[in-house]
Design a protein around this ligand. Sequence first.
Ligand code: NAI
Length: 449
Amino acid sequence: MADRYLTAVNSGVTKTVAKKLGLPRPAHLRRYRAGDPLVPGPVLVLGGKPGVPDAADDVAHALLGWDLDVRQNADADTRWGAIVVVLTEITSPADLSGPVMDLGGALRRLLPGGRVVTVSRAAGDDDSPTLAAAREGVDGFLRSVAKELRAGATGNGVQLTDGAAPDSPSALAALRFFLSGRSAFVDGQLLEVGPAEAPAATDDSPLAGRVAVVTGGARGIGASIARTLARDGATVVVVDVPAAGEALAKVANEIRGTALQLDVTAPDAGARILEHARSRHGGLHVLVHNAGILRDKLLANMSPDKWDAVIAVNLLAQLRINDYLLGANGLSDAPRIVSLASTSGIAGNRGQTNYGYSKAGVIGHTRATARLLREVGGTANAVAPGFIETDMTASIPFAAREVARRASSLQQGGQPVDVAEAIAFLASPAAAGVSGQVLRVCGQNLVGR
Ligand code: NAI
């Protein structure tokens, strides 16, 4: 769906009028395009103490390995493509003021579409109150900074757990994702990264040799996920209901994958997915639970069929398919499961008790599934989109749609590809240290966290 307002406020007279009236002026976002630089200008790495080798040096060194122009001192002239603030070594809230003031001084020279990324440690159960305050404080700081950025710039954080090193492959993979155009609509989010063996992140076919299944792949976000995983080298099976068979075949042909007509609520859905992936492609490595439906009604008007249908498709089908695949040892070789949640499952939404229950349930089972997959070196994560421009959201009445679009730091809806890029990152071998997480793709929606 086109966002005509976004186009209007970025062109000609309407741009000037919108500026004068103080109307929201959403920017065109910097999205990934093959061949574009990772960031639009030099990268400033802040944190650490001058002359003492530390984590900020390690991160700066790693960024140099990506052929970036990396500096550790701000000057008055440079316009920054990104600013990375390394806070892993803070031990007291008093340690923040130095790097934070340096960041504040450089922010005015952040380029449009620029990035602010913090690298810090998550508070742990054994932290002293002072250490826990120092670490947890980064959460509120980062989310607030992100709300101050303009011109399509975003702010996100990598939060290291269990002693993971700031320059470990998964920490760098998360940092690279946040710096790149792949995370255009991810804003104000902190992503936990634990220690894990992983290959280095790459843009060059990271999913080569992997077989991925995407449910609900005939249109919208699912079709975009299928295209993006195929772009990254995966062989993709798209699954959708028989009624969507024609659109499904079109997507499968376009990405040189295969189509499986299947209602995911069928009792044998897991078995049919596995049989198809094994017989046609030799295995199954990545499973994306994307199929989902809405049946909105206020709870006072909710009928059992509307409640049950949403729970069956959005939640029970995922549970049943996972149970089958885990029980049958059907996922091989560092498997990845990524499930579609929603900001409605985090913050709740009027008229969506059924949908909110199903999507919060997805977050619950993802954490539990992550524990089960750890034993086989796999991961399970959820992606929670905010307002994304698809046929599903096109059905929302105009006024409600406009409010939903503008009620985020980026003041616009996301595109299906924004969700797809987050899923491709979580599906990649380099993201082995990210598991049991919920990554919001919502432009820092003003509801919930
Ligand atoms: P969509 O309605 O455009 O596409 C959903 C696809 O799932 C359709 O192709 C449909 O045929 C398929 N599907 C539905 N029931 C199925 C079943 N029983 N078996 C197999 N396939 C089935 O939806 P959209 O917008 O692309 O959403 C995709 C996912 O993202 C859903 O899980 C949705 O809840 C989630 N989401 C979407 C948001 C948005 O703003 N569009 C926001 C938050 C979450």
